[in-house]
Design a protein around this ligand. Sequence first.
Ligand code: NAG
Ligand code: NAG
Ligand code: NAG
Length: 414
Amino acid sequence: MSGALSCALSAPLLPLLLLLPLSLSQHYDHAPVYAHDVSFPILSPTVVPFSESNSSSSLLSTITGGYFDTPPKTNPLGHDVQEFYSKFIDGCSAKYSRRQCEQTERQRIQQNNDQPPKMTNYTTLGYHKLKFDPDLFAELLTFYNSYRDQAVPEKWPAGNTFTNHWSSPTLMVSLEDRRFHNGLSLKTRIWDSVQKSLESWSHQTLKKTSLYGIRIYTSDSILAPHVDRNPLITSAIINVAQKGEGTELWPLEVYGHDGKAFNVTMEPGDLVLYESHSVIHGRPFPLVGEEYANVFVHFEPIDDDENPIVQYDGEKTPSDTSADELNLHRAAASGDLKLVQKISEKEVHKITMRDENDWQPVHEAARADNVEIVKYLVERGAKVEDETGGGGRDVKFWAKESNSKRVLEWLGEL
Ligand SMILES: *[C@@H]1O[C@H](CO)[C@@H](O)[C@H](O)[C@H]1NC(C)=O
Ligand SMILES: *[C@@H]1O[C@H](CO)[C@@H](O)[C@H](O)[C@H]1NC(C)=O
Ligand SMILES: *[C@@H]1O[C@H](CO)[C@@H](O)[C@H](O)[C@H]1NC(C)=O
């Protein structure tokens, strides 16, 4: 399976290696093998400790419970990883508070430790690369090229350390953006297509959980290695576009079920499948080049008696979708009252939170005629007169627009 994946130290990377200190570069005859905490703090808040005495010995050491026999001081790119990481946290702390940043980091690391061992693994290695449907890809690329100029900054929750968005902002050309033609239809078809690929790879019957994108990462972006929360279980990344020299080398670093780091490089049109709840994944090496645009697609296996989904009971952590922030919007749109209640009780601020189109959950519920949810949200502080934008687009407006009979009746309009 791994043969299908491009090895990061294949020909295109060789020029880069010349930049490495000689003592390290001599050991790059073949791809390094290493486990957690070398490229970025993953299972512990510090990277693998430096051992002056044997730092020049091989990076190709055997894996010992996630650690090196001979710990390197620098990461494979030649950074002092600990210093690099401190700067990352300083950047976050300058934008938010150190307490918030450190808290999300603690959660990320705790979840990396706790979650994978408890999960059911569906494939041998946990990741796989292939080509995305070429026709659908062509359409996606056209969509991206048409609306790239209208990309909006992606909003991140305070203290989120999932990306270094404070210094390398991420942008969105959302398939759900109501300004863009064809997005929702494209989204549905992408979802269906990826579902087929994932089902045949994982031998599971899947149900859709979320599709998010197109996110654009910008120069020097970092994606902290993490696992996704349930129900983002089997997932896929579509590489839509990349701009600038060096982008083709920006690896998605995954830790397969074998515990070894592997770089998956992607070209536009590539699709990477991975078990995102058990495979730690990230992009710990800063993006060389200007832009890198991806779509994220998530599913969960159908939960039945034979195949119960193990719930991770950890705290909320960053996940692949900052759209996770918008989970109340999704629950309101899909009519899941129980979930709406659960989220609203825990995260009260989300009741009136707006998405990038200025919609609150109550507008989603009204549009989908989920009257019980509209009522519940209003009882909890949402206002029917709040608008999604100027011009009277309030709850009644959207209910009328979508012919939401039950909501209109409740509003006294019928
Ligand atoms: C490298 O250093 C570590 C820590 O000092 C030590 O435990 C290990 O035996 C050394 N390995 C070699 C090959 O010298
Ligand atoms: C992954 O890619 C980085 C950056 O290109 C490289 O330095 C590192 O050695 C690679 N790691 C593996 C396991 O191949
Ligand atoms: C599933 O994979 C994870 C890492 O990807 C590993 O920690 C865990 O032990 C595996 N579980 C089983 C039952 O093999």
